[in-house]
Ligand binder design. Structure first.
Ligand code: SF4
Ligand code: SF4
Length: 440
């Protein structure tokens, strides 16, 4: 990194990192055991939450230069925020990380291929629903036309770098173009209306994982919800916020706030922990714009995971749920657990299914290594974490692994493929399993 870039980054850190938050860290180390990267690096201090906070503070204080080593340590952080609930000082580590990454990405001079790729992904793909649908349409043609089967038979995909071949196998069958276009905008509660909710459908959740959205909507209807699904909503912006593209994340937040604020509803419901964690922090994201922050606060207050709503409406008590005999285990979505603070509702729902035996997995609260695009950008660390996770999965002897986030779901499917367990173990989203278990 050139000296001028380093100076710009340092200035950016000084202007934007909350110094009180950096000072709040009293270096007690309570967060260390919960940090997956600290564990995987044989307890290397710079790869821990405490170490990363010290590095950020060192740059702000002018004691160290923001060089490639610092960037490396911040990139290697999963952003799982498992360090936050255990911190006695309540350090908001995630906010510090988000700000630091944004400064580095904005000040850094990327090579032109990286600039083009980032521009395409962050500005041209995710914020534009129609483009996302087009990409999924191409994927659907690839999966349905026989090209995928040909590639699998000829093993041509083994020429792909890294473990992209395994990733390709972990992808779900995506819906057709017509299915993606014919999405509902309103659904009436089955029987009596108990709650009026708005559904946050997400971008990938309403294309690649559309069946999970459909299952969630069915459950909410069964639980007694009238559901509004505003067409104007878009991507939540989590990928942007975590990758140093805060400006676009803010624009996306404003689009979503506008799409939901005129609705007369009790809750904004969703089924992806990664998206939910940003939605409930829209007020923090927009804290520099007082008018928007107020609107964001009202929005954020209403955001809930669908599992919370189902428990509140006693869905598990009012419905008979059953499945063929099987052992089930649950892998927490880090953001659902550590930011949205939802961990008991999914477990209560799973325990209510007759025929299943719920087995808690050791370290279910620890990240699976998916973390947005981390499993592509930090493949080695991600696979180390996943392989450890699969040891714990195997200890439960579960036939079904349940998760509450699309990234975790893909990662668990990848883990199953890596272990060669495709014939005996499956990974599903909580909504899919519950929908499967309803006896109407
Ligand atoms: S637990 Fe909190 S206060 Fe203690 S070292 Fe970690 S971040 Fe700092
Ligand atoms: S966010 Fe996760 S990986 Fe990053 S420092 Fe905290 S616990 Fe470690």
């Amino acid at each position: 990194m050139k000296q001028s870039v380093k100076e710009d980054i340092q200035k950016g850190f000084q202007e934007r990192l909350n110094y009180d938050e950096l000072m709040n860290c009293m270096r007690c180390g309570f967060c260390l055991p919960s940090c997956p990267t600290y564990g995987q690096t044989n307890q290397y201090e710079a790869s821990s939450p405490r170490g990363r906070i010290a590095l950020m503070k060192g740059v702000v204080d002018g004691l160290i230069e923001p060089d490639a080593t610092i960037e490396r340590q911040l990139n290697q952080c999963l952003g799982c925020r498992a360090c936050e609930p255990v911190c006695p000082s309540g350090v908001k580590y995630g906010h510090l990380l988000e700000e630091a990454r944004d400064v580095i990405q904005q000040k850094k001079k990327h090579t032109w291929p990286v600039r083009v790729l980032r521009h395409f992904i962050f500005d041209e793909l995710f914020p534009k629903k129609e483009r996302i649908k087009k990409v999924h349409h191409l994927l659907s043609i690839y999966q349905q036309s026989g090209i995928q089967t040909f590639f699998h038979k000829t093993k041509l995909l083994s020429l792909l770098p890294g473990n992209l071949e395994q990733f390709e196998k972990a992808l779900p069958i995506v819906p057709s173009k017509n299915e993606m276009n014919n999405r509902p905008t309103y659904l009436k509660a089955k029987n009596q209306t108990k709650r009026r909710v708005a559904f946050f459908s997400g971008c990938l959740m309403d294309t690649m994982f559309m069946k999970i959205n459909d299952a969630t909507l069915k459950l909410l209807q069964q639980a007694g919800c009238d559901i509004f699904i505003p067409e104007q909503q878009g991507c939540c912006g989590a990928l942007h916020a975590h990758s140093g593209e805060k400006k676009t994340a803010k624009q996306l937040a404003k689009i979503n706030i506008e799409a939901f604020e005129t609705l007369d509803i009790d809750d904004i419901v969703l089924n992806a922990g990664g998206c939910g964690a940003l939605l409930i922090e829209y007020d923090h994201l927009l804290r520099d714009e007082p008018e928007w922050q107020k609107r964001a606060e009202k929005f954020a207050e209403k955001v809930k995971d669908f599992s919370e709503i189902l428990i509140e409406l006693k869905f598990n008590e009012d419905h008979y749920l059953s499945l063929p005999d099987q052992t089930v285990t649950y892998q927490d979505s880090c953001h659902l657990r550590n930011v949205m603070k939802t961990s008991s509702a999914p477990r209560k729902l799973l325990r209510a299914i007759d025929g299943t035996f719920y087995k808690e997995m050791k370290g279910a609260d620890q990240c699976c290594g998916s973390a947005g695009v981390y499993n592509l950008t930090e493949q080695k660390m991600s696979m180390q974490i996943l392989d450890d996770k699969m040891i714990k999965v195997k200890e439960t002897k579960a036939q079904t692994i349940v998760t509450s986030n699309p990234g975790c779901l893909l990662q668990m499917r990848l883990g199953i493929i890596r272990e060669g367990l495709q014939d005996s173990v499956r990974a599903v989203h909580l909504a899919e399993l519950l929908a499967e278990s309803i006896k109407e």
